[in-house]
Design a protein around this ligand. Structure first.
Ligand SMILES: NC(=O)c1ccc[n+]([C@@H]2O[C@H](COP(=O)([O-])OP(=O)(O)OC[C@H]3O[C@@H](n4cnc5c(N)ncnc54)[C@H](O)[C@@H]3O)[C@@H](O)[C@H]2O)c1
Length: 341
Protein backbone atom coordinates (compact mmCIF):
# COMPACT_ATOMS: atom_id res chain seq x y z
CA UNK A 1 0.00 0.00 0.00
CA UNK A 2 3.02 2.19 -0.65
CA UNK A 3 2.12 5.86 -0.48
CA UNK A 4 -1.67 5.65 0.00
CA UNK A 5 -2.76 8.55 2.20
CA UNK A 6 -4.72 7.83 5.38
CA UNK A 7 -6.44 10.44 7.54
CA UNK A 8 -6.30 9.42 11.20
CA UNK A 9 -8.78 11.27 13.43
CA UNK A 10 -8.03 11.24 17.15
CA UNK A 11 -4.47 10.50 16.06
CA UNK A 12 -2.66 12.02 19.04
CA UNK A 13 -4.71 9.77 21.34
CA UNK A 14 -3.78 6.36 22.71
CA UNK A 15 -4.86 3.91 20.00
CA UNK A 16 -4.57 6.45 17.17
CA UNK A 17 -0.90 7.22 17.86
CA UNK A 18 0.05 3.52 17.98
CA UNK A 19 -1.86 2.95 14.74
CA UNK A 20 -0.02 5.82 13.03
CA UNK A 21 3.29 4.08 13.79
CA UNK A 22 2.00 0.87 12.24
CA UNK A 23 0.68 2.74 9.18
CA UNK A 24 4.03 4.47 8.60
CA UNK A 25 5.87 1.18 9.08
CA UNK A 26 3.65 -0.38 6.40
CA UNK A 27 4.44 2.41 3.91
CA UNK A 28 1.31 4.54 4.22
CA UNK A 29 1.44 8.31 4.31
CA UNK A 30 -0.52 9.76 7.23
CA UNK A 31 -2.39 12.96 8.02
CA UNK A 32 -3.44 13.39 11.65
CA UNK A 33 -6.26 15.45 13.15
CA UNK A 34 -7.13 15.90 16.83
CA UNK A 35 -8.50 18.71 18.98
CA UNK A 36 -6.33 17.49 21.90
CA UNK A 37 -9.28 17.35 24.28
CA UNK A 38 -7.86 14.12 25.75
CA UNK A 39 -4.28 14.02 24.47
CA UNK A 40 -1.44 16.31 23.57
CA UNK A 41 0.90 16.79 20.67
CA UNK A 42 3.81 15.09 22.46
CA UNK A 43 2.69 11.80 20.92
CA UNK A 44 3.61 13.25 17.51
CA UNK A 45 7.17 13.74 18.80
CA UNK A 46 7.26 10.12 19.97
CA UNK A 47 5.99 9.01 16.55
CA UNK A 48 8.82 11.01 14.98
CA UNK A 49 11.38 9.47 17.35
CA UNK A 50 10.19 5.95 16.55
CA UNK A 51 9.62 6.28 12.78
CA UNK A 52 11.67 9.33 11.72
CA UNK A 53 8.52 10.74 10.09
CA UNK A 54 6.90 14.11 10.89
CA UNK A 55 3.17 13.60 10.44
CA UNK A 56 1.17 16.58 9.12
CA UNK A 57 -1.15 17.64 11.93
CA UNK A 58 -4.39 19.64 12.10
CA UNK A 59 -5.60 20.77 15.51
CA UNK A 60 -9.29 20.82 14.67
CA UNK A 61 -12.53 20.04 16.47
CA UNK A 62 -14.25 17.62 14.09
CA UNK A 63 -17.65 18.90 15.25
CA UNK A 64 -16.75 22.01 13.25
CA UNK A 65 -17.68 20.99 9.71
CA UNK A 66 -16.12 24.09 8.14
CA UNK A 67 -12.67 23.43 9.67
CA UNK A 68 -12.96 19.70 8.98
CA UNK A 69 -13.65 20.35 5.32
CA UNK A 70 -10.40 22.32 5.07
CA UNK A 71 -8.46 19.12 5.85
CA UNK A 72 -10.04 17.31 2.90
CA UNK A 73 -9.45 20.34 0.69
CA UNK A 74 -5.77 20.43 1.66
CA UNK A 75 -5.48 16.65 1.08
CA UNK A 76 -7.79 15.70 -1.83
CA UNK A 77 -5.90 12.39 -2.25
CA UNK A 78 -7.00 10.78 1.04
CA UNK A 79 -7.78 7.10 0.26
CA UNK A 80 -8.67 5.93 3.74
CA UNK A 81 -9.96 7.35 7.01
CA UNK A 82 -9.55 5.76 10.41
CA UNK A 83 -11.98 7.49 12.73
CA UNK A 84 -10.81 7.20 16.35
CA UNK A 85 -11.87 10.66 17.57
CA UNK A 86 -14.40 10.37 20.38
CA UNK A 87 -14.83 10.94 24.10
CA UNK A 88 -14.64 7.56 25.85
CA UNK A 89 -15.21 7.87 29.63
CA UNK A 90 -18.25 5.77 30.47
CA UNK A 91 -18.90 7.46 33.85
CA UNK A 92 -18.57 10.96 32.41
CA UNK A 93 -21.01 10.03 29.65
CA UNK A 94 -23.63 9.20 32.28
CA UNK A 95 -23.14 12.64 33.85
CA UNK A 96 -22.92 14.55 30.54
CA UNK A 97 -24.87 12.59 27.93
CA UNK A 98 -25.46 15.58 25.63
CA UNK A 99 -21.71 16.29 25.51
CA UNK A 100 -21.10 12.69 24.44
CA UNK A 101 -23.90 12.55 21.84
CA UNK A 102 -22.88 15.92 20.40
CA UNK A 103 -19.15 15.23 20.31
CA UNK A 104 -19.11 11.60 19.21
CA UNK A 105 -21.97 11.77 16.73
CA UNK A 106 -21.41 15.25 15.24
CA UNK A 107 -17.73 14.44 14.68
CA UNK A 108 -18.60 11.09 13.06
CA UNK A 109 -21.27 12.61 10.80
CA UNK A 110 -18.91 15.37 9.59
CA UNK A 111 -15.99 13.03 8.89
CA UNK A 112 -18.18 10.36 7.28
CA UNK A 113 -20.03 12.86 5.10
CA UNK A 114 -16.77 14.41 3.85
CA UNK A 115 -15.25 10.96 3.31
CA UNK A 116 -18.16 9.88 1.10
CA UNK A 117 -18.25 13.22 -0.75
CA UNK A 118 -14.51 13.00 -1.44
CA UNK A 119 -14.57 9.42 -2.68
CA UNK A 120 -12.59 7.95 0.22
CA UNK A 121 -12.32 4.21 -0.46
CA UNK A 122 -11.99 2.85 3.10
CA UNK A 123 -13.63 4.16 6.26
CA UNK A 124 -12.60 2.34 9.46
CA UNK A 125 -14.60 3.08 12.62
CA UNK A 126 -13.56 2.55 16.26
CA UNK A 127 -16.46 0.69 17.75
CA UNK A 128 -16.45 -1.15 21.02
CA UNK A 129 -17.58 -4.33 22.74
CA UNK A 130 -19.83 -2.02 24.79
CA UNK A 131 -22.29 -2.28 21.87
CA UNK A 132 -23.08 -5.85 23.04
CA UNK A 133 -24.40 -4.54 26.39
CA UNK A 134 -25.04 -7.08 29.18
CA UNK A 135 -24.40 -10.33 27.33
CA UNK A 136 -25.80 -13.62 28.57
CA UNK A 137 -22.72 -15.64 27.63
CA UNK A 138 -19.21 -15.30 26.22
CA UNK A 139 -17.40 -15.54 23.90
CA UNK A 140 -19.41 -13.12 21.77
CA UNK A 141 -19.16 -13.18 18.02
CA UNK A 142 -20.31 -10.52 15.56
CA UNK A 143 -23.77 -12.15 15.30
CA UNK A 144 -24.44 -11.91 19.02
CA UNK A 145 -27.57 -9.74 19.34
CA UNK A 146 -26.90 -6.28 20.75
CA UNK A 147 -28.59 -5.49 24.07
CA UNK A 148 -29.48 -2.01 25.30
CA UNK A 149 -26.29 0.00 25.85
CA UNK A 150 -25.23 0.37 29.47
CA UNK A 151 -24.26 4.05 29.08
CA UNK A 152 -24.63 7.05 26.75
CA UNK A 153 -21.05 6.34 25.61
CA UNK A 154 -22.07 2.83 24.55
CA UNK A 155 -25.12 4.24 22.83
CA UNK A 156 -22.92 6.63 20.79
CA UNK A 157 -21.12 3.54 19.48
CA UNK A 158 -24.37 1.70 18.68
CA UNK A 159 -25.81 4.78 16.93
CA UNK A 160 -22.47 5.44 15.21
CA UNK A 161 -22.54 1.93 13.73
CA UNK A 162 -26.12 2.50 12.50
CA UNK A 163 -25.22 5.86 10.96
CA UNK A 164 -22.45 4.15 8.98
CA UNK A 165 -24.68 1.20 7.98
CA UNK A 166 -27.29 3.67 6.67
CA UNK A 167 -24.86 6.00 4.90
CA UNK A 168 -22.23 3.75 3.29
CA UNK A 169 -24.15 2.34 0.38
CA UNK A 170 -22.45 3.59 -2.75
CA UNK A 171 -19.76 1.68 -4.56
CA UNK A 172 -16.98 4.14 -3.88
CA UNK A 173 -16.75 3.95 -0.07
CA UNK A 174 -16.65 0.79 2.03
CA UNK A 175 -16.49 0.64 5.80
CA UNK A 176 -15.24 -1.68 8.53
CA UNK A 177 -16.50 -1.40 12.10
CA UNK A 178 -13.90 -2.75 14.52
CA UNK A 179 -15.38 -3.70 17.88
CA UNK A 180 -12.46 -3.40 20.30
CA UNK A 181 -12.41 -5.30 23.55
CA UNK A 182 -10.06 -3.88 26.26
CA UNK A 183 -7.00 -2.20 24.73
CA UNK A 184 -4.02 -1.94 27.09
CA UNK A 185 -0.21 -1.86 27.15
CA UNK A 186 2.23 0.45 25.42
CA UNK A 187 4.66 0.57 22.51
CA UNK A 188 7.62 -1.80 23.10
CA UNK A 189 10.06 1.08 22.47
CA UNK A 190 8.98 2.62 25.78
CA UNK A 191 8.50 5.94 23.95
CA UNK A 192 4.71 5.89 23.58
CA UNK A 193 1.77 4.74 25.65
CA UNK A 194 -1.50 5.83 27.19
CA UNK A 195 -1.22 9.43 28.36
CA UNK A 196 -4.72 10.83 28.72
CA UNK A 197 -5.53 14.32 29.96
CA UNK A 198 -8.64 13.07 31.75
CA UNK A 199 -8.13 10.63 34.62
CA UNK A 200 -7.97 7.10 33.18
CA UNK A 201 -10.74 4.71 34.21
CA UNK A 202 -9.49 1.57 32.51
CA UNK A 203 -7.99 -1.14 34.71
CA UNK A 204 -4.39 -1.27 33.43
CA UNK A 205 -3.54 2.47 33.73
CA UNK A 206 -5.26 2.50 37.14
CA UNK A 207 -2.96 -0.37 38.19
CA UNK A 208 0.22 1.31 36.95
CA UNK A 209 -0.77 4.71 38.42
CA UNK A 210 -1.37 3.03 41.78
CA UNK A 211 1.95 1.21 41.62
CA UNK A 212 3.87 4.39 40.82
CA UNK A 213 2.14 6.27 43.67
CA UNK A 214 -0.10 8.63 41.71
CA UNK A 215 -3.01 6.98 43.49
CA UNK A 216 -2.90 5.80 47.14
CA UNK A 217 -4.82 2.64 46.42
CA UNK A 218 -7.21 1.17 43.89
CA UNK A 219 -10.54 -0.58 44.20
CA UNK A 220 -11.60 -3.91 42.74
CA UNK A 221 -15.32 -3.49 42.21
CA UNK A 222 -16.89 -6.68 43.54
CA UNK A 223 -15.45 -10.11 44.40
CA UNK A 224 -18.76 -11.93 44.63
CA UNK A 225 -19.57 -12.44 40.94
CA UNK A 226 -20.00 -15.96 39.63
CA UNK A 227 -16.50 -16.16 38.19
CA UNK A 228 -13.52 -18.26 39.25
CA UNK A 229 -12.31 -15.68 41.82
CA UNK A 230 -15.42 -13.49 42.09
CA UNK A 231 -14.09 -10.51 40.07
CA UNK A 232 -15.28 -9.38 36.62
CA UNK A 233 -13.88 -10.88 33.41
CA UNK A 234 -12.61 -8.86 30.45
CA UNK A 235 -10.60 -9.47 27.28
CA UNK A 236 -7.34 -7.44 27.32
CA UNK A 237 -5.73 -6.80 23.94
CA UNK A 238 -2.32 -5.20 23.43
CA UNK A 239 -2.60 -1.81 21.72
CA UNK A 240 -0.05 -2.83 19.05
CA UNK A 241 -2.11 -5.92 18.17
CA UNK A 242 -5.13 -3.64 17.90
CA UNK A 243 -3.22 -1.13 15.76
CA UNK A 244 -2.30 -3.94 13.35
CA UNK A 245 -5.97 -4.87 12.93
CA UNK A 246 -6.58 -1.42 11.38
CA UNK A 247 -3.87 -1.92 8.77
CA UNK A 248 -5.30 -5.34 7.88
CA UNK A 249 -8.80 -3.81 7.65
CA UNK A 250 -7.53 -1.16 5.22
CA UNK A 251 -5.80 -3.81 3.07
CA UNK A 252 -8.98 -5.90 3.06
CA UNK A 253 -10.85 -3.03 1.43
CA UNK A 254 -8.02 -1.75 -0.79
CA UNK A 255 -7.38 -5.26 -2.14
CA UNK A 256 -11.05 -5.62 -3.12
CA UNK A 257 -11.71 -8.48 -0.71
CA UNK A 258 -14.69 -6.83 0.97
CA UNK A 259 -17.89 -7.79 -0.86
CA UNK A 260 -20.43 -5.73 1.13
CA UNK A 261 -20.49 -2.00 1.96
CA UNK A 262 -20.02 -2.49 5.73
CA UNK A 263 -18.32 -5.34 7.63
CA UNK A 264 -18.00 -5.84 11.39
CA UNK A 265 -15.06 -7.51 13.17
CA UNK A 266 -14.41 -8.22 16.84
CA UNK A 267 -10.88 -7.42 17.90
CA UNK A 268 -10.02 -9.09 21.19
CA UNK A 269 -7.67 -11.86 22.33
CA UNK A 270 -10.56 -14.25 22.93
CA UNK A 271 -9.35 -15.08 26.42
CA UNK A 272 -11.19 -13.73 29.44
CA UNK A 273 -9.14 -12.70 32.47
CA UNK A 274 -10.49 -11.69 35.86
CA UNK A 275 -9.49 -8.36 37.42
CA UNK A 276 -7.55 -10.26 40.12
CA UNK A 277 -5.69 -12.29 37.48
CA UNK A 278 -4.66 -9.05 35.77
CA UNK A 279 -3.41 -7.65 39.08
CA UNK A 280 -1.41 -10.86 39.65
CA UNK A 281 0.10 -10.57 36.15
CA UNK A 282 1.17 -7.02 36.97
CA UNK A 283 2.73 -8.07 40.27
CA UNK A 284 4.65 -10.84 38.50
CA UNK A 285 6.01 -8.54 35.76
CA UNK A 286 6.86 -5.60 38.06
CA UNK A 287 7.97 -7.54 41.14
CA UNK A 288 5.79 -5.18 43.22
CA UNK A 289 2.88 -5.76 45.58
CA UNK A 290 -0.09 -3.68 44.49
CA UNK A 291 -2.17 -1.82 47.11
CA UNK A 292 -5.81 -2.51 46.38
CA UNK A 293 -9.05 -2.92 48.26
CA UNK A 294 -12.22 -4.76 47.36
CA UNK A 295 -15.29 -2.54 47.12
CA UNK A 296 -18.92 -3.13 46.21
CA UNK A 297 -20.00 -3.98 42.68
CA UNK A 298 -20.07 -0.95 40.37
CA UNK A 299 -23.42 -0.21 38.71
CA UNK A 300 -23.36 -0.89 34.99
CA UNK A 301 -20.43 -3.35 35.07
CA UNK A 302 -21.02 -6.39 32.87
CA UNK A 303 -19.97 -9.59 34.73
CA UNK A 304 -18.00 -11.18 31.93
CA UNK A 305 -17.35 -10.43 28.31
CA UNK A 306 -14.70 -11.75 25.97
CA UNK A 307 -14.48 -12.14 22.23
CA UNK A 308 -14.68 -14.71 19.55
CA UNK A 309 -12.28 -13.25 16.97
CA UNK A 310 -12.48 -16.14 14.47
CA UNK A 311 -13.90 -13.85 11.78
CA UNK A 312 -10.98 -11.38 12.06
CA UNK A 313 -8.51 -14.29 11.87
CA UNK A 314 -10.20 -15.92 8.89
CA UNK A 315 -10.98 -12.82 6.82
CA UNK A 316 -8.33 -10.29 7.84
CA UNK A 317 -5.57 -12.73 8.78
CA UNK A 318 -5.39 -11.08 12.22
CA UNK A 319 -3.89 -13.00 15.15
CA UNK A 320 -2.79 -11.49 18.47
CA UNK A 321 0.95 -11.56 19.07
CA UNK A 322 1.08 -10.22 22.65
CA UNK A 323 -0.25 -11.69 25.90
CA UNK A 324 -1.19 -10.24 29.27
CA UNK A 325 2.43 -10.38 30.52
CA UNK A 326 3.55 -8.28 27.52
CA UNK A 327 0.72 -5.84 28.25
CA UNK A 328 1.82 -5.44 31.86
CA UNK A 329 5.54 -5.20 31.05
CA UNK A 330 5.09 -2.50 28.40
CA UNK A 331 2.45 -0.57 30.39
CA UNK A 332 4.71 -0.55 33.47
CA UNK A 333 7.77 0.53 31.45
CA UNK A 334 5.72 3.40 30.01
CA UNK A 335 4.40 4.51 33.42
CA UNK A 336 7.95 4.65 34.77
CA UNK A 337 9.08 6.63 31.73
CA UNK A 338 6.22 9.13 32.23
CA UNK A 339 7.26 9.54 35.86
CA UNK A 340 10.82 10.45 34.79
CA UNK A 341 9.45 13.14 32.48
N1 LIG B 1 -9.38 2.66 25.00
C1 LIG B 1 -10.44 1.87 25.09
O1 LIG B 1 -10.62 1.19 26.10
C2 LIG B 1 -11.43 1.76 23.95
C3 LIG B 1 -12.26 0.63 23.87
C4 LIG B 1 -13.17 0.53 22.83
C5 LIG B 1 -13.28 1.56 21.90
N2 LIG B 1 -12.47 2.66 22.03
C6 LIG B 1 -12.62 3.74 21.05
O2 LIG B 1 -11.40 3.90 20.38
C7 LIG B 1 -11.22 5.26 20.00
C8 LIG B 1 -9.86 5.73 20.46
O3 LIG B 1 -9.79 5.55 21.87
P1 LIG B 1 -8.49 5.92 22.71
O4 LIG B 1 -8.41 4.96 23.82
O5 LIG B 1 -7.33 6.10 21.82
O6 LIG B 1 -8.95 7.31 23.32
P2 LIG B 1 -8.15 8.69 23.39
O7 LIG B 1 -8.98 9.59 24.23
O8 LIG B 1 -6.74 8.47 23.79
O9 LIG B 1 -8.17 9.15 21.86
C9 LIG B 1 -9.28 9.78 21.27
C10 LIG B 1 -8.78 11.08 20.68
O10 LIG B 1 -9.87 11.76 20.05
C11 LIG B 1 -9.72 13.16 20.28
N3 LIG B 1 -11.03 13.77 20.10
C12 LIG B 1 -12.16 13.57 20.83
N4 LIG B 1 -13.16 14.33 20.35
C13 LIG B 1 -12.67 15.02 19.27
C14 LIG B 1 -13.21 15.97 18.37
N5 LIG B 1 -14.47 16.39 18.47
N6 LIG B 1 -12.41 16.47 17.39
C15 LIG B 1 -11.11 16.05 17.28
N7 LIG B 1 -10.54 15.18 18.12
C16 LIG B 1 -11.32 14.66 19.11
C17 LIG B 1 -9.15 13.23 21.69
O11 LIG B 1 -8.45 14.44 21.95
C18 LIG B 1 -8.23 12.02 21.74
O12 LIG B 1 -6.90 12.36 21.38
C19 LIG B 1 -12.39 6.02 20.58
O13 LIG B 1 -13.38 6.17 19.60
C20 LIG B 1 -12.89 5.10 21.68
O14 LIG B 1 -14.26 5.28 21.95
C21 LIG B 1 -11.55 2.77 23.01
Amino acid sequence: MQGKKILVTGGTGYIGSHTIIELITQGYSVVCVDNCINSDKSSLMSIHQITGVSVPFFQVDLCDSYETKKIFTAHPDISGVIHFAALKAVGESVEKPILYFRNNLDALINVLDLSIQNGVKAFIFSSSCTVYGEVLKSPVDENTPLQAAESPYGRTKQIGEQIIEDSVKNEMTQSILLRYFNPAGAHPSGLLGESPINQPQNLVPVITETAIGKRDTMTVFGNDYETKDGSCIRDYIHVCDLARAHILALSYIFNGRQKVPVEIFNVGIGNGLTVLEVIKAFEKESGLRLKYKVGPRRPGDVVAIYSDHAKASKELGWYPQYNVNDIMRTAWAWEQKRQQR
